[in-house]
Design a binder for this molecule. Sequence first.
Ligand code: ADP
Length: 452
Amino acid sequence: MTALEAETVLIANRGEIALRIIRACRRLGLRSVCAFSEADRGARYLSLADDAICIGPAAASKSYLNIPALLAAAEATGATLVHPGYGFLSENPEFSEAVADAGLTLIGPSADVMRRMGDKVAAKNAMLKSGVPCVPGPDSVLPNDVEQIQNAADEIGYPVILKAAGGGGGRGMRIVRSSEDIADAFMMTTQEAQRFFGNPNIYLEKFLEKPRHVEIQVIADSHGNALWLGDRDCSMQRRHQKLIEEAPAPGIDRSLIAQIGERCAASCREIGYVGAGTFEFLFEDGQFYFIEMNTRIQVEHPVTEMVTGLDIVALQIDVARGARLPFEQQDVQLHGHAIECRINAEDPTTFAPSPGHIAFMHASGGPGIRVDSHLSTGSEISANYDSMIAKVIAHGANREEALDRARSALAELRIEGVKTNAPLHCQLLNDAGFSAGGVSIHHLERWLEARE
Ligand code: ADP
């Protein structure tokens, strides 16, 4: 490669995040090559990359999760960098290792760090060590012994939650309200954990009754610099899956957030973290409790970009290439408020997926509105993958303005031919509880129950 030739980034992902990465590559003057499966062949967003390469059949296990196929694609296209996006292989240490062994650079942390943070029990222990508070519970995985588990649960007090140590995506979790239910719950959660994550280990936490989900975005370079880029509130969840996110978290003392943010940045330095990452917390009665770290870009990163003015994906690529962070903590200032609505192709009442052909699509616009979507009129939504098809993000000088703009943007959005949850978002943005700010993680499910 001559010095003048642009480096190539292989995008090991699909859909809206693939397009988001294509955009960051273009801004940085890098060549982008998007991997695609047979199901995504001909998708429009692929033509926005500099090149695209087929990596296998529709089934994710044979394409977007197929490490040898992705490495071969990198080799065939001359890619030296690999961006895993979110989901798929983004938090897979074997992939991180295989990319490094092939002499390529993963845009993400090392396999070691991924392995440590991917094991939620090890992650909690690492956090406790660097002074980050965690949800009360034993500091190791549960033994296969009902009496011992009951004793541990008695000690922290019911209700408790059983969680898969290798879990993710809101799966492999079970709330237990009394000691008689522990044995069955343990067995079922262990089976699920084995099935979903190939790791049967389970741990135990106090189940917090009315927490908010508040998280801290971080970015760290390979020269020992780590910064926190503000906070997000992602309490609007259904089945532990986020539906609406916002930045900053409303109504929390900023000095408390700053304290937690500083601890997160410090623990990045302690664990040698490089890349973008998120520390997730539950927040209840004025206290933060760490639950997990995500070692990748997150779906909801745009709300942080809107309030900080930063391009987190570009920064992520820069630090992976060895650049120093070009600013300091005091330069990170939050301006206004941003709200993101995840638009899914699903029935807004039953939540049944609604794949198919988009007969017409118009993405909202206007001041303070950003729509991240890889789709347009004529696009196909495959039943093979996640149903999230767009993110509508609204920014305003304050939360009221962001909410108002989000309402207008939702009213303007047109997606015809498939069902979407946009009507649900329209209702939620007008809900008195959400509008007031600071709802708990149970608010949305209670709202949905009341609707029935
Ligand atoms: P995942 O990696 O699957 O996303 P998390 O540990 O981040 O799992 O938890 C996902 C969601 O589950 C949280 O946002 C919260 O809504 C709920 N949750 C997890 N742990 C607890 C807990 N100890 N008490 C109450 N809710 C919890």
